[in-house]
Design a protein around this ligand. Sequence first.
Ligand code: ADP
Ligand code: ZN
Ligand code: ZN
Length: 810
Amino acid sequence: MGYAEVSVNSPVAQRRTFSYAIPPGLSVDVGQAVWVPFGDKLLQGIVLELTPSPSVEETREIVGVIEPHPILSPSQVLLARWISEHYLSPLFDAVALMLPPGFERRAVTFIGSTPREYDVSSLTPEQRYALELVQSQGKVTLGKLEKALGKKRAQTIVSQLVGRGLAGRSYEVEPIKVRPKTVPYLNLAVTADEAQQEAARLHEKRAIKQAALLSFLAEQSKSVPLAEARQRANCDKAVADALVNKGLVTVQQIEVRREPISYQGITPSYPLTLSTAQESAFKAIQSSLLQVAKGHTSSAVFLLHGVTGSGKTEVYLQVLAEAVKLGKRGIVLVPEIALTPQTIERFASRFPHKVAVLHSKLSLGEQFDEWQRIRNGEFDVVIGSRSAIFAPQPDLGLIVIDEEHEWTYKQPDTPRYHARDVAIKLAELTGALVILGSATPDVETFYHAQKGDYHLLQLPERVTPGDGSLPLVEVVDLRDELKAGNRSIFSRSLSEAIAKAVVNRQQVILFLNRRGGATFVQCRNCGLVLRCRRCEVTLTHHLAEDVLVCHQCNYTMPVPQICPRCLSRRIKFLGIGTQKLEQEASFTFPQANLLRWDRDVTKRRYSHDKILSKFRAHEADILIGTQMIAKGLDLPLVTLVGVVSADTGLNLPDFRAGERTFQLLSQVAGRAGRGILGGQVIIQTYSPEHYAIQAAAKHDYALFYDKEIDYRRRLHNPPFTRLVSLVYTHTNDALCQREAERMKRLLIEEIDSQGIADLSVIGPAPAFIHRLRGRFRWQLILRGSELSAFLSQIPIPQGWAVDIDPVGLV
Ligand code: ADP
Ligand code: ZN
Ligand code: ZN
């Protein structure tokens, strides 16, 4: 008898598998979904391994398979194990990342009869009733018997019947809630001539609308979707119903495919002639693809470092086409925000009908359809945000991660994986290549490229029209403005430049990485700053609704008329957010049309696309926004980008604050001068000498990297070590602190007793966000090299959140 190690869908299963015996006659494969008994329940599980002997003495049997074919590929099985071990997440949580949408369904128990002679008089009336019901229908659900006989009785009777060999149980997964999508079509039930005659009669009887619809249908050669017919004949459904009732028309439900990309209006595009730099990047990856195909080398990672507009995407497209020629397929990851029609269109037009898109906004039905079709090998390219790395793409040959430095690639909840690291692992397991693309690579990625772990490919220049040069950046010292008596949000330089651009019918982007109006509200009498009662974060004033909002937990309160502490009326709004900026800009530049783009707008009024197309159509002169506007958008009329305050992220207590600021400023600066008009960037700051700001102003990644890597080395931060953030959350602050201290002692004891030299514990300290939604948070940071292996031996109670390789420490 064979055995299977199964990852079971139960919270108590944690990071381990369970041994089950494979009953005779059942064939089970690695990656297959099965029903297994677990305690007194029947649960779903995924087979991760087949073994000749069980890992425990007593095993139970697998009850049945859920699907005839494996759901996870062998590489995905290994990947799930790696995720669970590396990120210390429950095994089934890691497995679940790769399951089809809507998979986690309940088992339905069916009762069937067995052909066997029996003496009817030996059955009780209830038993006879149940058995006859089962016999008459072939099989019925246990639920149906429970309804008829009561839950307890039904279960007892079924057990008795099964015990006597008269009935048997079988299990099926609950039917999926996703139904095929159907659309009603209208057909003529009579000939076209008859329909025209009838239409004429209806017309005489003044049933004008019915006549029009019938006449329209008579002119069509095939059936017409109801929606189209209604539109063309300008009538509502009741009119169609009337024709149906008269027996002139029939309605037929026709199944249509849900297609998340509309290929309407997308024309095929063809490979461009590559620039010299693009060509050499392309050649390097192409030759690696060939080597892998011949089995000469295994996977490899490329860092494609090139400023925005340097032609990275064109390289992705052409390399993907090469992979396809070799019988391979690709996955392309983009930050969520970049899943705009623009990006999708570029891939869809190069690979018509061969691109799958995985959006978080797709309905469950669409996700399910897309998943099935990907698994069937219908697409050359799967494009999506971080979770698309788990798409069941067969013959994986290439993984592209665009904007690889983006933090959205890190999953905030368990399993707290980083899609980039997962991609590199998956490539290693499948022999695929990875391309990491960025204008401002993550410092750790660049370090690996420098060391030779990754192949560094550079596209130093823009290929866009114009002179190809990057915009000029001016750094304005806001302290000088104050000295000169300018108290406005806009420095003299910036306001002159805005006025000039608007007069010349050019467009301006103003960037401020803070939403809302005033960013804090203070009593000028006693100094009290209003904070969220649950998070201790300062409350931000939102102008349109005139309320105070906590940006941490969304707690909202009206603006107090008097100070809650000293009862003074001198409540002042200080600091600026995008709403306030919009207001100031409308005072200062009354002739300009403004448009704001931040989470508050996209949540309520417009989608990203709407805002973008409005701005593109020049319906506004100035676009005001948060970091949303910093992403890869092509806006040729933008000649000026103003960074209203470069300092918002600089002072956070995180060793990545400098990197973050540099990335954001570089991206924002990359927005200007995409067209032939050229461009200019003005950065306002109180710390103009900071290396992140200096380097961004000079478009000089190397300048930034050299300084940054030097700090990282001296302060012993990644990539020279690894980190884990352990955060304990509790409603009681003192208890929270005590638990953090207890954990620290435990960790140190373990480190000492195992004699691990390179492991150290920092903290505990109140987390940067000390209080969130009414709960306190204390943080420990663990620094060292073999963190997952070490922590996997430590019992970590409920209430702790463990983040391996965190992207932010605040
Ligand atoms: P990135 O991804 O680095 O921002 P893109 O690939 O989007 O750069 O290229 C920027 C613009 O230049 C796009 O409009 C693209 O079509 C165009 N482009 C890219 N490569 C070439 C090329 N070799 N010849 C002409 N135009 C190109
Ligand atoms: Zn006060
Ligand atoms: Zn709050």
